[in-house]
Design a protein around this ligand. Structure first.
Ligand SMILES: Cc1cc2nc3c(=O)[nH]c(=O)nc-3n(C[C@H](O)[C@H](O)[C@H](O)COP(=O)(O)O)c2cc1C
Length: 218
């Protein structure tokens, strides 16, 4: 599918056809999208809980009660739901895990000193956010949102319907999945599958601000 076509076709799906499931070949590509997303200094401060069973989706739907109940049906009827979680802090174990992965993947084959440089750069960025900007959780959360953005585009290019769900109770989901104990917190979810014929939002035209309102070309 061409890019513009995919951008126009994708929309925030409000009702999913519960009888339609994503094929495994698509699910594999969705996992690749999540894993291959870029992040600042390749810090990869995320974890993804992927629900495809009724039981899994019911657990996630616990975060869509009360004020968020308008999102429960989307979670329960979607084929798959991804809960995007962010690390709340970066400890040395995480830094070493990223460094080991880069080494395993051959990033330091040309010269061994590249390994120390990669680590030092990552640590310098982390320390800037820790001690100067004092915004580590916010910085890490931004990386997760970036991942979600490319995930939505990728899903659209694959012809998969999706809706991002910021309307979830992070505290409930943190407790349900024991996230805080693992230095993680729930950020947002994306429900994926195929639109129901009854979805009112599918027929509505896409609406965006005018180009002259948002671009300054110099
Ligand atoms: C970060 C984010 C959070 C969102 N949260 C919700 C949500 O909780 N429930 C929902 O139905 N739509 C949600 N949306 C969908 C937006 O309302 C929708 O993307 C926007 O109106 C633009 O419409 P379009 O995606 O159909 O082009 C969210 C979108 C984004 C990007």
């Amino acid at each position: 599918m061409q890019l513009i076509e995919a951008l126009q076709r994708r929309y925030a799906t409000k009702a999913f056809d519960a009888t339609k499931k994503l094929p495994e070949t698509v699910v594999e590509q969705l996992f690749a999208l999540l894993r291959l997303s870029p992040s600042s200094t390749n810090i990869q401060p995320w974890h993804f809980i992927v629900a495809s069973t009724d039981e899994g989706k019911a657990r996630l739907a616990q975060g869509a009660g009360g004020n968020y109940s308008y999102n429960a049906g989307k979670i329960l009827n979607a084929s798959h739901v991804v809960l995007f979680c962010a690390r709340t802090q970066i400890d040395d174990a995480h830094l070493q895990k990223v460094l080991a992965a880069e080494e395993r993947d051959g990033r330091f084959a040309s010269a061994p000193e590249v390994k120390a440089a990669a680590h030092n750069t990552r640590l310098a960025y982390l320390n800037e956010h820790k001690f100067t900007k004092k915004d580590v959780p916010h910085w890490l959360e931004k990386q997760v949102y970036l991942n979600m953005g490319s995930f939505l585009l990728g899903a659209g290019l694959l012809g998969i319907d999706a809706v991002p769900l910021e309307g979830i109770d992070q505290t409930i989901l943190d407790a349900e999945f024991g996230l805080n104990e693992r230095d993680l917190t729930a950020i947002t979810a994306v429900a994926l599958g195929y639109r129901a014929e009854t979805d009112f939002n599918a027929a509505l035209p896409k609406s965006r601000l005018a180009a002259e309102d948002i671009f300054t070309v110099i």
